[in-house]
Ligand binder design. Structure first.
Ligand SMILES: CC(C)(COP(=O)(O)OP(=O)(O)OC[C@H]1O[C@@H](n2cnc3c(N)ncnc32)[C@H](O)[C@@H]1OP(=O)(O)O)[C@@H](O)C(=O)NCCC(=O)NCCS
Length: 169
């Protein structure tokens, strides 16, 4: 990410339709700036554990959203992936392409053993992306998070390094 992404991230944070099922909550401009600064400084960190990346359209370089890969700081062999797109980029296959890239990076250069994604049980778009990406549904934590206006039940999906490699053959 760069400082130039600030206004687009602010747009994401202020769009209730985009943020409806998202746990990260950027309440005000200060939170947005803090998120961006953290993402930029994390990119320089030695032994980087968090990847908060800008999604850009290949042909134009336009900012389309945020991709996340967070390595568990205790386990170090497991990471969570996720993505948030601006609405004009929905349903064009971008999230699936991003997930594919995050899996390739996680099981490739990062040599992770397990990658998981989680989503609100009401977020059928996100669940479909994870299923389509080859992650296995592992279960639902029932009403585990109060998400602004409802108790969120969270669906968990994961893929192991061996499964990923077997799928590549
Ligand atoms: C969830 C999100 C990332 C999906 O991105 P996307 O680029 O639209 O997804 P894709 O185009 O790769 O679609 C992948 C699959 O999901 C399906 N899908 C996409 N949006 C859908 C929706 N609203 N309802 C049902 N299925 C949907 C697609 O049809 C496709 O399945 P198919 O190939 O069987 O037809 C996007 O809707 C988004 O950013 N939402 C707001 C933020 C969010 O909720 N992020 C996830 C937090 S856990």
């Amino acid at each position: 990410m760069t400082g130039g992404d600030l206004l687009k991230i602010r747009r994401i944070a202020r769009d209730p339709g985009v943020m409806r099922y998202v746990l990260i909550w950027l309440e005000n401009d200060e939170d947005v700036a803090g998120f961006l600064n953290h993402a930029i400084s994390e990119a320089q960190a030695e032994g980087r554990m968090q990847y908060h990346l800008a999604i850009r359209i290949r042909q134009t370089g336009a900012f389309a959203g945020i991709a996340l890969l967070d390595i568990d700081p205790v386990l170090r062999t497991t990471a969570e992936v996720g993505c948030i797109l601006l609405p004009e980029y929905w349903k064009a296959g971008y999230a699936s392409e991003i997930l594919e890239s995050l899996l390739a990076y996680g099981f490739g250069p990062l040599a992770l053993h397990r990658i998981f994604g989680k989503c609100d049980a009401l977020n059928s778009a996100s669940a479909r992306v994870l299923e389509k990406g080859g992650l296995t549904y592992e279960g639902t934590h029932r009403e585990d998070v109060w998400l602004r206006d409802h108790w969120r039940s969270t669906k968990y999906y994961a893929i192991l390094a061996g499964e990923y490699r077997a799928g590549r053959r």
